[in-house]
Each structure stands twice: as structure tokens, then as C-alpha cells.
Design a protein. Structure first.
Length: 316
């Protein structure tokens, strides 16, 4: 119902599509409706007043021509929107692909430097390279999100359902986010998983991207503190939770957290950069792997983001 009402909110539609009011599908659709009603009245009037089949045929032909003209313009507008949208997605995809190679090179080089010169480099130089690595990893996340969002909108995202070791994925994500956590003075603990079945079913790249996103968010939105990652099993599924002691999400905004481009209005928005695409993508990846994602949050106290995936009996 809301969508139906929005279709007729022509001014809003014009603003969203960045076109004039008369070019919006809603406006053209309403005009078409009015013309159809007028045409029906006209045909009724002509057929009841003139007993001439020629006049009836001419008036019907005129109406068909008008309707085809409006329909043609409507289709042309829709084609233009679709084409622009496609070009925009292709541009984002090409630009993101081009950015990936230099960003990966910076990542390898900075990581190599940091591991090789941990003891020997001057503190100032070491700290500054660490900051370069941190900014670079934020840029990699942004580019990956842009690439994934175009893949999702172009329906290119085909996720595999394979057996994965979720604990290995979490440990890898923790290792990769270590620099970011260190610069934010945040510690990360994974609860004891030795008794857990750590095999889940999902797409390895997708699930890794989800864990990465939740973990880097937990770090980004925590000033200094602790992040707890837990894995639990129940009824043929595994639940993974990432709990932080950060800024939290205002209550009145919590309903929009998984929407595209959502960014909280609290201090996080002004202090950290981001696109608001990560959680939208994370939820769609988990749902495509037959899982669920949810969260709990209290402003000023912290947030817990969880997801569950079907689990698989471990063979070892
Ligand atoms: P991004 O981090 O790129 O802005 P996300 O989709 O990952 O995009 O997150 C959207 C918004 O949700 C963030 O901008 C932030 O306001 C809020 N958010 C996400 N995770 C947390 C968290 N752990 N603590 C507080 N706020 C969060």
C-alpha cells in the first residue's frame, strides 16, 4: 500500500529520479488514466449522438493515436532511466575494478614493511605506515562494497553453498583487522570454540565479507574497549555474534539499519567514513545462504550483531 501511495507522490518521484514532474512515470501514468476515461466518455457520447460508423471509427482512431503517443513517451522515459542506471552501475564496476589492483599492492607493501621492520624502523615511520595501512584497508572495504552492490543489482552475485569452517574465517578476519583494532585501542576476543561444531554451509567469500564487515564496524564504532566474538550451535544451525562496547545505534533509527545507505545520526557518522552499504549487503548475503541476521543495540552502551547459518556435522 505504501509503495502504491509513493507511486503517486509525483513531486517526490521527480526529486528522486532528478527529472521534471511531467517526465515522471507517475505523472505520465495519471495522464494516461485521465485520457482513457475521457476517451471512453467521448466514444460513448459519439456513439449515442451520431448514428454514423465513420465518425465512430475516426474518433476511436484519434484516441488510439493519442494513447500510443503517450505510451511511447512513457516507454522512452523508462528506457532512458534503465539505460542511465545501467551505465552508472557499469561505471562504478569499472572504476572499482581499476582501483582494486593499486589498493592491493599498497596493502601487500605496507604489510610487508610492518612485519619486516617491526623492530628496526623508527617509531614515527612505523606509526605513519601503520596509518597508511589502516586508511588503505578502509578504502579496500569501500571498493569491495561498491563492487558487490553493483553485482547484487545486476544479479551477478551467485553464491555457492559449500562447507566452511566458520572459526577459521573468524580468525582470519580478526588477523586482518588487527591493525585497525590496535590504532583504535580495541581488543578482540573469540570465545572458546573447541567444543563447537565449526562447519557451516554458505559461500566462503560472502561469509568472509560478512564477518569482516561486522568486525570492522564493531572496531570503527568503539572508541576503546573490547569486542567479543562468539560461536554457538543449536538445532542444526550455528550462530555467530559480534558484541562491542561502542557508541550503539539510536533507538529511533534501529528499524533502518539494514537499509541501503543507512548511516546512523550519532557521532559515528561524523567520525568515521563509510557508505552505509555494508550491512545491507551482509544481510542479503546471509539470507541468500539460507541464514538470518539481526542485532541488538543501546546508544552509548554498544551493539551486538548476530547471524545464523545452517550447520553441518563436522567430520573431525
Ligand atoms: P558503513 O559502516 O560503511 O557506514 P554499514 O552498512 O556497515 O555502512 O553500517 C551502516 C551504519 O550502521 C553505520 O554508519 C553506523 O551508523 C551503524 N552501525 C553499524 N555497525 C555498528 C556498530 N557496531 N555500532 C554502532 N553503529 C553501527
Amino acid at each position: 500500500m505504501q509503495g502504491f501511495i509513493n507511486d503517486f507522490n509525483i513531486k517526490k518521484q521527480a526529486e528522486e529520479l532528478e527529472v521534471s514532474v511531467w517526465q515522471t512515470p507517475g505523472f505520465l501514468f495519471s495522464i494516461m488514466g485521465l485520457i482513457i476515461m475521457a476517451a471512453m466518455a467521448l466514444v460513448y457520447f459519439v456513439s449515442s449522438h451520431y448514428n454514423s460508423p465513420e465518425i465512430l471509427v475516426v474518433s476511436e482512431t484519434a484516441i488510439v493515436v493519442i494513447m500510443l503517443t503517450i505510451g511511447g513517451s512513457l516507454i522512452k522515459n523508462i528506457e532512458t532511466f534503465a539505460e542511465t542506471n545501467k551505465m552508472k552501475s557499469e561505471f562504478i564496476s569499472i572504476a572499482s575494478h581499476q582501483l582494486k589492483t593499486p589498493l592491493s599492492e599498497i596493502k601487500w607493501e605496507t604489510e610487508l614493511f610492518l612485519s619486516k621492520h617491526k623492530e628496526s624502523a623508527e617509531k614515527e615511520i612505523f606509526d605513519s605506515i601503520e596509518r597508511v595501512a589502516e586508511s588503505n584497508s578502509k578504502m579496500i572495504k569501500l571498493v569491495n562494497n561498491l563492487l558487490n552492490i553493483t553485482r547484487v543489482s545486476q544479479k551477478e552475485f551467485t553464491l555457492q553453498k559449500e562447507q566452511l569452517n566458520i572459526v577459521e574465517i573468524i580468525n582470519k578476519a580478526i588477523r586482518e583487522n588487527k591493525i585497525l583494532a590496535k590504532t583504535k585501542n580495541v581488543t578482540i576476543n573469540l570465545t572458546d570454540t573447541t567444543k563447537n561444531n565449526s562447519v557451516v554451509i554458505g559461500d566462503s567469500r560472502g561469509v568472509k565479507a560478512v564477518v569482516d564487515n561486522l568486525l570492522s564496524n564493531a572496531i570503527k564504532f568503539t572508541r576503546a574497549g573490547n569486542i567479543k566474538v562468539s560461536v554457538g550451535n543449536a538445532e542444526s544451525k550455528s550462530t555467530i555474534c559480534i558484541k562491542d562496547s561502542g557508541v550503539g545505534i539510536p533507538k529511533n533509527e534501529q528499524g533502518r539499519v539494514f537499509q541501503k545507505f543507512f548511516r546512523g545520526s550519532n557521532e559515528s557518522r561524523f567520525k568515521t567514513e563509510g557508505t552505509g552499504l555494508g550491512l545491507y549487503l551482509a544481510k542479503s548475503i546471509i539470507e541468500q545462504c539460507d541464514g538470518k541476521m539481526w542485532f541488538k543495540s543501546k546508544e552509548g552502551e554498544g551493539s551486538t550483531f548476530c547471524f545464523s547459518l545452517p550447520s553441518h556435522e563436522s567430520t573431525n
